[in-house]
Design a protein around this ligand. Structure first.
Ligand code: HAM
Length: 431
């Protein structure tokens, strides 16, 4: 019996690996140009780290194990608690604000479906050590900077921005008791993914009556900050939360990201640790699950044994993003095939030795060069060069003469071996 990969995992054959690398290269490029530094954490941690404050949903999706010493461990389903643990351990030594990014491989025991797998990669952008709404604005800006970088326009993707404190104020305002708030938030988070009837049933199940559901739906459907202010007028902390939302939208506008952002109080987020502004990135067709999600989590470091320090950030997975980029035709042609700078060919088998020498010289100079193991006619070697995605072929005609062929246009130019070596075999400057 042939072995199969585990349900919800992917094999990264070279064609798929090219896409993964292209996405993670763009994540890294955008992170660095926005002033973030890379970190990583272990792939498994003590189980408690992930059950402390992330909420019911993620706790149910943990891949957990007991090691030989009887310790309860879990494979990381997200990196945020590990980031908080790492920062807590060096809190006094790290200059703030801490602007860090990571691209961890994560595992969640989810029901595999379009856009959701059991193993995926997730870009994380976080700022720790600032209570300023500017830090939230900067994180959203980084997400937008990336979306623009990969060619997604504001008509194709939108960051939908909500507020946990305002949602909590609205729930309290319609009579939901403090003990039911977390459960109510979990139900509200599901609203966009289920039918109205299913939403109503889920709300009733946690003890909300129909009047409360109608009231909270009216709040969630508020279209602008002015309408929002009226809806939560008088509720504790609501004025300040409205001011923050307004400032956030103004900062994003000023940074040139405003057209990618919409206020949407239906965004609540599934994770339990969020305390402020929250947001999710969606394709505007709303055909797919969220591309990214994040927000402010000011209590997580303290819950995990550290000080009370402001923190904010987001995670973007590679799965939905990959589907969207493919569906919208945003992937570059170069991903379709492997690529080489040059393929070295001999005109006659006696020149094979010169092929190896030339390939060696090209590679030492930093060029991606390859050749055929088979000594065969020029036509067959050219065919192999094309299959390998080479941009140019060097045909060695004699010890003194080479022909350089552009494989896209078919144009060919002859030159002496010395001229060729001077031009192509001297060290390529590093970027
Ligand atoms: P999250 O909403 O659980 O947030 O995940 C963020 C993104 O990761 C999702 O929008 C999705 O793109 C991707 N993702 C999540 N689960 C899966 C899955 N099973 N398969 C494929 N992709 C998935 C967090 O993880 C937070 N820790 C993000 C954060 C960082 N908040 C603050 N800083």
């Amino acid at each position: 019996m042939a072995f199969q990969g585990v349900k919800g995992t992917r094999d990264f054959y070279p064609d798929v690996m090219r896409l993964r690398n292209w996405i993670s290269d763009a994540w890294r490029r955008v992170s660095l140009r926005n002033g973030f530094e890379e970190y990583d954490s272990p792939i498994f941690e003590y189980l408690d780290l992930f059950t402390a404050k992330s909420g019911q949903e993620i706790a149910e999706q943990l891949f957990s194990l007991t090691d030989r010493g009887g310790r309860n461990l879990a494979i990381r389903p997200e990196i945020t608690p590990a980031l908080a643990r790492m920062v807590n351990a060096r809190i006094n030594a790290l200059p703030r604000p801490i602007k860090w990014f990571s691209v961890p491989r994560l595992c969640r025991a989810e029901n595999p479906q379009k856009g959701r797998l059991r193993e995926f990669f997730q870009w994380n952008i976080d700022i720790i050590g600032s209570d300023d709404v500017l830090a939230d604005a900067e994180c959203v800006f980084v997400a937008v900077d990336f979306l623009r970088e990969v060619g997604l326009s504001p008509t194709e993707v939108q960051v939908r921005i909500g507020s946990r404190p305002l949602t909590v104020a609205a729930l309290r305002g319609c009579g939901v008791g403090d003990d039911a708030i977390d459960k109510a938030l979990a139900v509200l988070d599901k609203r966009a993914k289920i039918s109205d009837q299913e939403f109503l049933d889920a709300a009733r199940k946690i003890g909300m009556d129909d009047a409360q559901v109608q009231a909270i739906m009216r709040f969630q459907d508020c279209a602008g900050v002015a309408e929002l202010r009226r809806a939560v007028a008088g509720a504790e902390g609501a004025g300040e939360a409205c001011d923050k939302l307004e400032r956030l939208m103004a900062c994003l506008q000023a940074m040139g990201a405003g057209d990618y952002c919409t206020l949407d109080l239906r965004v609540v987020r599934g994770l339990a640790y969020y305390t402020g502004v929250v947001y999710e990135v969606f394709d505007t067709g709303q055909d797919l699950r969220a591309i990214a999600g994040g927000g402010r989590y000011d209590n997580l470091l303290a819950v995990l044994g550290g000080p009370q320090v402001g923190a904010t950030g987001f995670g973007m997975g590679d799965v939905v993003l990959g589907i969207l980029l493919e569906e919208r035709g945003k992937l570059p042609e170069t991903l379709k095939a492997a690529s080489l700078d040059v393929f070295v060919i001999d005109d006659r088998p006696e020149l094979a030795e010169l092929v190896f020498q030339t390939v060696g010289a090209l590679r030492r100079a930093g060029r991606a060069a390859d050749f055929s193991y088979k000594r065969q006619n020029v036509g067959k070697q050219l065919k192999e060069a094309n299959k390998r995605g080479a941009r140019q072929a060097v045909i060695i005609k004699s010890a003194d003469l080479v022909a350089l062929k552009d494989l896209a246009t078919g144009e060919q130019a002859e030159m002496s071996m010395t001229e060729f070596q001077e031009k192509y075999c001297s060290l390529v400057p590093k970027p």
